[in-house]
Design a protein around this ligand. Structure first.
Ligand SMILES: Cc1cc2nc3c(=O)[nH]c(=O)nc-3n(C[C@H](O)[C@H](O)[C@H](O)COP(=O)(O)OP(=O)(O)OC[C@H]3O[C@@H](n4cnc5c(N)ncnc54)[C@H](O)[C@@H]3O)c2cc1C
Length: 430
């Protein structure tokens, strides 16, 4: 499909990344039969908003991470390849990428970069080895194995050991932190039937800060009612085995028992974004996000677009609808459906977050807001709609019925021995 010139393969369009932005761009290019190669460091298209449900045994991992090659198999002029981009020559329009078979090069007519973001530890990178994060499917499997290990070990343990094992601290009260904290409480009550301590630590003065006002207050009250201890205006200053040290805004320091620490605070962008910034002279913000042009091009290069979490434009949030809409926008420019240099405009359809079973918050706009059961069903419906593939949707509905109407956790059935062995070194396994 692509041709080879002077030893370097050439593609009309190269998309880097198989997440929300990359997939949306691929689907839009396919509408005009544009030839493209999609390179991704991971073989799957990952539905990150449901990672917490894999971590807590609600869903199985393959339900939220189908292979990208499968999803685009009907695109006649599209091809998915496993490859991590390690270099770019922006003047020659050539990418270098690593594959299981070795290093390769590809020349692009147009480039769409959509490589996402990773976790920030606010200068304490050592926290990465002491905490569980939720960015990749492997992260979710590792956390799930740890959760299963501590609950299983606690069953027959003496009261003091049980209390130690079942102590969780979740850092960051954004949507992921709130969802994880709420699910841990629900797991303990409805599945393992053991008491658990869950502390949610947040540096800002509110839970779910971007929602604000009544929705943040509702989320905090719901969490507190379910037994989660919510600590606002509080920062983590140290993490050691079994203990997290926190400091409140007024300077009071205290230690919290924590066999398991889940880190869901802060975003850092590096990797391919850094390479692109160096190659094009594009500026970045403090988190490393590319400060792209209004039409999503990068620096002075009309042939390079960057979208999604790796970028910053007009203060748009780092959320999947932004990545998808940007992906469609740049694909439309490339396929000639939108005029070159047209600025991207985000259509904000609202945000939602789950707190626990039958409890969620939904913000459609500044006036229309829901809480409780209606918001929870709206959340399920929206996530089902965006989940890729009929089989996955069907499997997810089945798993949700088992977990939310029944008392099961089908995801724990797939905890592999290998993942069990990979829980954090230093955990007090008993
Ligand atoms: C736990 C969690 C919960 C979330 N919940 C929500 C939510 O409820 N609602 C919402 O709207 N948003 C949510 N988000 C944010 C949302 O998932 C992101 O905004 C969205 O995934 C961004 O899409 P993207 O295409 O920019 O990047 P991603 O979806 O992160 O995709 C990045 C892709 O790039 C690939 N890649 C990275 N580096 C390279 C490289 N060098 N070479 C090749 N490939 C590379 C990766 O393998 C991956 O395929 C959540 C995120 C997380 C982590």
């Amino acid at each position: 499909m692509q041709h080879v010139d002077a030893g370097i393969e050439t593609a009309d369009v190269v998309i880097v990344g198989s997440g929300f932005g990359g997939l949306a761009a691929a689907k839009q290019l396919n509408k005009s039969g544009v030839r493209y190669v999609l390179l991704s460091g991971t073989p799957e298209h990952l539905f990150q908003p449901l990672l917490y449900q894999v971590a807590t045994g609600v869903l199985a991992s393959d339900e939220i991470a189908p292979p990208i090659a499968n999803i685009i198999r009907h695109h006649k002029n599209g091809e998915a390849r496993l490859g991590t981009v390690t270099g770019i020559d922006a003047d020659a329009a050539v990418l270098t990428y690593d594959t299981p078979q070795g290093e390769r090069k590809i020349r692009y007519g147009k480039l769409i970069a959509a490589t996402g973001a990773s976790q920030s530890y606010f200068g304490r990178d050592d926290f990465a080895d002491k905490t569980y994060s939720l960015k990749t499917i492997d992260d979710a499997k590792r956390l799930r194995a740890q959760i299963e290990r501590v609950f299983e070990s606690a069953k027959d343990a003496d009261p003091a050991t049980r209390e130690r094992l079942l102590s969780f601290v979740v850092v960051g009260a954004g949507a992921t932190g709130v969802e994880v904290a709420g699910q841990l409480k629900e797991l303990s009550k409805r599945f393992f039937h053991l008491d658990v301590s869950v502390t949610l630590v947040e540096g800002a003065g509110a839970v779910l800060p971007p929602f604000g006002g009544g929705l943040s207050e509702y989320a905090k009250k719901s969490l507190t009612r379910s037994g989660v201890e919510v600590m606002l205006d509080t920062f983590v200053t140290d993490i050691e085995v079994g203990k997290v040290t926190v400091k409140s805004k007024d300077g009071v320091e205290r230690g919290i028992a924590a066999e398991t620490v889940v880190w869901s605070a802060g975003v850092q962008v590096g990797g391919f974004a850094t390479l692109l910034a160096e190659a094009t002279g594009c500026e970045t913000d403090r988190a490393g996000r590319l400060l792209i042009n209004p039409d999503c091009t990068v620096g002075g290069h009309a042939d390079i677009f960057a979208i999604g979490d790796m970028t910053s434009l007009n203060g748009y949030p780092g959320q999947s609808p932004v990545a998808m809409q940007e992906g469609r926008h740049v694909a439309d420019i490339i396929r000639g459906a939108t005029r070159v240099a047209t600025p991207f405009k985000y259509w904000d359809k609202g945000s939602m977050a789950v707190i626990s079973r039958f409890s969620a918050v939904t913000r459609v706009n500044d006036h229309i807001r829901f809480t409780g059961t209606i918001a929870w069903f709206a959340w399920l419906a929206v996530h089902l709609f965006y989940l890729v593939g009929f089989r996955n949707r069907f499997a997810a509905i089945f798993s949700w019925l088992v977990a939310f109407i029944g008392h099961g956790r089908p995801g724990f059935d797939e905890v592999e021995k290998t993942t069990k062995a990979k829980v954090l070194a230093g955990s007090n396994a008993s």
